[in-house]
Design a protein around this ligand. Structure first.
Ligand code: HEM
Length: 305
C-alpha cells in the first residue's frame, strides 16, 4: 500500500504544493462544514434508495459525524498511508452494505461542486486560485478513486474466486454465445429481406389487380409493419452484440406486427370474425407481456445503478 499510495499521488500529479494549498485553505473550508453537511444530506436523500441505507436517526447521526471528519480531512495536509487506509475502509463498508457505486459517484460530484464553489468565493482575488482549484480537484479525484477501488476489487474477486475449469467454461460459453448471436443477426437480416419480398409481392398483387384495392392496401400496410418490426429487431440485436441486454421486447413487437397484419386482412370478411377475435386476444396478451417486461427492465436498470 505505501508504494501504491505514492503511485496514486504521482499518477494524479498530486505534489507537496497541493498538500500545502489544501492545508492553507482548511480554516476557510472548515467554516463551511455545517452548510456542506446540510446540503450533502439534502442532495443524497433525493436518491431513491438512500433512506434504505441511512434508515434511522442513529445511523444518519453517525454518518454525519463521519462525513464531517472526512470533509475536514480533505484539508488536513497529510495524505499518508493511514489516510489512504481510511479511504479504502470507507469503500469496503459501502461495498459490504451494497451501496450502488452510482450513489458514491453522484455524491462526489456534489462534493466537488460545493467545495469548488466555496474556494472560488473565498479566493476569487487570489493569484493562486487556479492552483488551489487544481489541488481540490486532485484530492477529490484521489478520494473517489480509492473509495471505488473496493467496488472494482469486489468484481475482480468474484471472477478470481472461480476455479480454472469454471473460468474456462465461462470463456467457452461466452465465445459460443457470441457466434450464435452473429448467426441470429444474419438470420434477422434474411427475415428483413423476406419482409421486403412480401412487401413487393403485396404491391404486385395490388397493382396487377389480383386482389381488390381495399385488401391490397391493408395487406401492403401489414407487410410494411413487419418490415419495420424486423428492422427494429436488427437494431436491438446490434445493441446486444455491442454488449447491451437481450431485446425480448423486439421479438414481441415483431410477433405483434405479424398478428396485426393478419387482423388487417381478416377484418375485411365477416367469415373470419372468430379469427379476428382470437388474433385480437393474442395481440392483447403480447402487449401485456411487452409492458410487464419493459417495466421489469426499467426497475432492474435502476437497481444496477
Ligand atoms: C462522498 C460520499 C461519501 C462518503 C465520503 C462517505 C463516507 C462514509 C464513512 C466515512 C463511513 C464510515 C465507514 C466506517 O465505518 O469506517 C460511511 C458509512 C456508511 N455510508 Fe457513506 N459516504 C458517502 C456516501 C454515502 C451515500 C451516498 C450513502 C447512502 C445513500 C452512504 C451510506 C452509508 C452507510 C449506510 C454507512 C454505514 C453507517 C453505519 O452504520 O455506521 N454513504 N460512509
Amino acid at each position: 500500500m505505501p508504494k501504491q499510495c505514492d503511485e496514486i499521488k504521482s499518477n494524479y500529479c498530486f505534489t507537496n504544493s497541493d498538500e500545502k494549498f489544501l492545508l492553507q485553505m482548511r480554516p476557510e473550508l472548515e467554516s463551511c462544514v455545517d452548510t456542506f453537511l446540510d446540503e450533502f444530506y439534502k442532495f443524497i436523500f433525493k436518491f431513491e434508495q438512500s433512506a434504505e441505507f441511512l434508515n434511522d436517526e442513529k445511523v444518519i447521526a453517525r454518518h454525519r459525524g463521519m462525513i464531517r471528519q472526512w470533509y475536514l480531512d480533505l484539508f488536513s495536509g497529510t495524505y499518508d498511508i493511514s489516510y489512504f487506509m481510511k479511504l479504502y475502509k470507507i469503500g469496503e463498508v459501502h461495498v459490504r452494505l451494497g451501496l450502488p457505486t452510482h450513489y458514491v459517484n453522484a455524491a462526489f460530484n456534489f462534493v466537488r461542486v460545493f467545495v469548488l464553489g466555496c474556494v472560488q468565493k473565498k479566493y476569487q482575488d487570489d493569484s493562486n486560485l487556479t492552483d488551489r482549484i487544481k489541488a481540490v480537484e486532485r484530492i477529490i479525484d484521489i478520494n473517489l478513486d480509492v473509495l471505488t477501488c473496493s467496488y472494482r476489487e469486489e468484481e475482480l474477486s468474484r471472477f478470481l474466486s472461480l476455479s480454472k475449469i469454471e473460468k474456462g467454461l465461462l470463456g467457452f460459453l461466452k465465445k459460443v454465445s457470441s457466434y450464435f448471436n452473429y448467426l441470429l443477426a444474419g438470420a434477422l437480416v434474411m427475415v428483413a429481406f423476406f419482409a421486403i419480398g412480401l412487401f413487393g409481392y403485396d404491391v404486385y398483387l395490388l397493382v396487377s389487380g389480383e386482389t381488390n384495392i381495399e385488401k391490397g392496401i391493408l395487406t401492403t400496410l401489414g407487410s410494411l409493419l413487419i418490415l419495420w418490426a424486423a428492422i427494429e429487431l436488427i437494431n436491438d440485436e446490434m445493441k446486444h452484440l455491442r454488449g447491451g441486454s437481450f431485446a425480448l421486447e423486439a421479438f414481441i413487437t415483431l410477433a405483434i406486427a405479424a398478428l396485426i397484419r393478419k387482423i388487417l386482412i381478416y377484418s375485411l370478411s365477416s367469415e373470419h370474425a372468430t379469427d379476428v377475435l382470437m388474433y385480437g386476444l393474442l395481440v392483447l396478451c403480447l402487449s401485456v407481456s411487452y409492458r410487464v417486461i419493459s417495466i421489469k427492465e426499467k426497475s432492474s436498470k435502476k437497481e444496477t445503478h
